[in-house]
Design a protein. Structure first.
Length: 69
């Protein structure tokens, strides 16, 4: 569940209710960062350093012309 929250943040959307979906139109770079977030092991404190970097990069990329639905 933690990964889902951070993936949604990277994509610039809210986590949808159980059984529902949400659409987002993002660049492949943002998508790559969201997928990378899903692979992090949040039991390790080092993952949070990577998480912050991935989220920051995704925010910057979304702000440079990507359309979110």
């Amino acid at each position: 569940m933690r990964a889902a929250h951070y993936m949604a943040e990277a994509l610039g959307v809210e986590v949808p209710p159980l059984g529902e979906s949400v659409e987002a139109r993002v660049s492949t770079g943002v998508l790559w960062r969201a997928i990378s977030i899903s692979c992090l092991d949040f039991r390790k404190k080092e993952s949070y350093v990577l998480l912050e970097r991935l989220l920051e990069e995704a925010r910057m990329q979304r702000g440079s012309g990507s359309d979110n639905l």
